[in-house]
Every structure is written in C-alpha cells, then in structure tokens.
Design a protein around this ligand. Structure first.
Ligand code: PEP
Length: 250
C-alpha cells in the first residue's frame, strides 16, 4: 500500500517570525497523525530553521531546487550535499516555475534528478502540461516526454526512490483545480506508462497532484485511486488550510 504524501511548496515566501508560527502550528496540528507523510519545501535560507523546528516531529523538510553540479564555480547555486547538511529529505525538481521562468529543460531536470538521488535525497519530479498543451490534446505526450527524460536516461528503477508530482500548469496558483476525474485520468496514465516498464515500480510510486489544492477540495482529489496526496503551493502558507489538506490524506 502506498502512503499518501502531502508536501508544502512555500515558493519565495516567508520570514523568520512568520515561519516560526507556521511551523509550530503545523507540528502541533500533526502531532500523533499516522499513516501519511507530511513535508515542507522551504526557501534555502530557512532550511536551518525548518530543521530546528521539525527535527523532533514526523514532518520532513526539503528544498525547492538544487544544482545539477556537485561543487565549484557556480555562483548562487546550492548542491545536493548542502541540502543534506541541513537534513533535507526531499527536493523539488523541474517545478513548472523553474521550467518556465528559469528555462530548465528536460535534460537539465534529469541531471538535477540524478544529483539529488545520488546524494540520497528523494526528488519530487514535477510534470504537467500548459493550458495550450491541454487544449491541443497533447497532455499525455507532454507528461510522457517529461517522464522519459528521466527514465530514458536512468532507467525506470530511478523512480523507485522518487516521487512524481502531476501539476497541470494551468491549475498552479490560479485557483483553477483540475477536477478529480481530470487529475485521476493523468495519474492513471502516468502509472500505466511506468507499469509497462515495471509493475512493481508503478505500484509503489507516489504520484501527488498539485494545482490549487485547498482544504475544501483535497479529500475528493485524494480519494481517487491513483492520487497519492498533493504538492501544495499557496495553501501551504496557511497553517489551518495546510493541516486540513494533510488530514484529508489520512
Ligand atoms: C505549486 O506551486 O506546486 C502549486 C501546486 O501551487 P498552488 O497550490 O498554489 O497552485
């Protein structure tokens, strides 16, 4: 049985005082909750704060990006080893904002995925189509291409120690959520595609949904057979909303 995973993506939000209140509320609200995983992916400068606040809880933490390089003259970059120094378990790879705003292509995303995994981090590989792509009927082709960039290079076994987040770009930060049926269809496609290469990897793969998940729609989405929790942007900044989403995944 797959355990659901709800991960917050704070994006470039937060501050020491605000984070303290948020982390304390999440720790208190998750105390004693079992049977699901919970994590927060915070901006780099707050990894130490996340580590200090969460180390005695069941909540994991991680980053939102990493360099594909190990070390060296890469000004402004952060390596997988540095994330491990701060106790990270997860790192987002290929978030649509990284792809669209910072020009990360499939090949770069695959190298970042590899760097994370080689260091022992669990990459959360984000995939998903734009509105234009959905409307032109190429959703599956886009998602397949994004997955193939990783499995084609490293083999399907690479997904046995990773999480996939299906995030339709048109649903991120827009308030437009994919319907549970729309999301389930793509999740089933992803799992089915992986199953053609390895049924065991497909059965064990946690596939999160991301895109305007809130406390009010989480249970319905997480009730679908191939949706194993969520990657949560805006709503992860509000403790009560984030906790409601986490509790919907129990
Ligand atoms: C995200 O950034 O990964 C995301 C899903 O954002 P939101 O929940 O705000 O749509």
């Amino acid at each position: 049985m797959r355990e659901k995973l709800v991960a917050g993506n704070w994006k470039m939000n937060g501050g020491l005082a605000q984070n303290k209140a948020l982390l304390e509320a999440v720790v208190a609200g998750m105390a004693g909750v079992q049977g699901m995983g919970c994590a927060v992916c915070v901006p780099y400068p707050y990894l130490f704060q996340a580590q200090s606040s969460l180390k005695d809880s069941a909540i994991a933490w991680g980053a939102q990006n990493l360099s594909q390089h190990d070390k060296g003259a890469f000004t402004g970059e952060v390596s997988a080893a540095m994330l491990l120094d701060f106790g990270c378990k997860y790192v987002l790879v290929g978030h649509s904002e990284r792809r669209a705003i910072y020009g990360e292509d499939d090949a770069t995303v695959a190298l970042k995925f590899e760097a994370a995994q080689k260091a022992g981090l669990t990459p959360i590989l984000c995939v998903g189509e734009s509105l234009e792509e959905r409307e032109s009927g190429v959703t599956e082709a886009v998602v397949a291409r994004q997955l193939d960039a990783v499995t084609g290079k490293f083999g399907v076994a690479a997904l046995s120690k990773a999480v996939v987040a299906y995030e339709p770009v048109w649903a991120i930060g827009t308030g437009k959520t994919a319907s549970p049926e729309q999301a389930q269809a793509v999740h089933a496609f992803i799992r089915g595609k992986i199953a053609t290469q390895s049924k065991a990897v497909a059965d064990g793969l946690v596939i999160q949904y991301g895109g305007s998940v809130k406390g009010s729609n989480a249970a319905e989405l997480f009730g679908m057979p191939d949706i194993d929790g969520g990657l949560i942007g805006g709503a992860s900044l509000d403790a009560q909303e984030f906790l409601a989403i986490c509790h919907a995944a129990k």
